[in-house]
Design a protein. Structure first.
Length: 149
């Protein structure tokens, strides 16, 4: 995990702050537009080795749940759009992707108080944060419960 300053992060039980950022096509994607779905908000960057490993796990998990009310919104902290796009292609990312190209100084990083990547938040259908940094079997178990499987 790549870390920076130790600010207190957003906590479980709180409503998820809005994220409104551009996709690769330039369209603005809003976290609030996904209300009604279970969402994994995933902060990452192309230059982050642990993030790239995490992408591989998500690439296997996403197809299992995407048609059952699950979405991933990846938020890249890359400052270079080309690096971001290369990583999306190489990692075979098929879920929603946006970029906040201000890196560690970006508005989104500050609003969400991100101090390390990868960092992910699991958000329920009502837009409430219910877990942080779940991976693998833990994430799959939580998704099964939230999606009523």
């Amino acid at each position: 995990m790549i870390q920076r300053g130790a600010d207190a992060q957003i906590k479980q039980g709180y409503n998820a702050p809005e994220v409104a950022l551009p996709s690769a096509t330039g369209d603005t994607v809003r976290l609030s537009s996904l209300k009604g779905k279970v969402v994994l908000l995933d902060f990452w960057a192309s230059w982050c080795g642990p993030c790239r490993v995490s992408n591989k796990g998500l690439a296997k998990l996403y197809p299992k749940f995407k048609d059952k009310g699950f979405e991933i919104l990846g938020v890249s902290l890359d400052e270079d759009h080309a690096d971001w796009q290369k990583a999306v292609k190489k990692d075979k990312i098929s879920w929603l992707q946006v970029i906040d190209d201000g890196g560690w100084e970006s508005v989104t990083v500050n609003k969400w108080r991100i101090s390390a990547i990868p960092t992910s938040y699991l958000i329920n259908k009502e837009g409430v944060l219910i877990a942080m940094d779940l991976e693998g079997k833990e994430l799959e178990k939580a998704l099964r419960q939230l999606l009523g499987e």
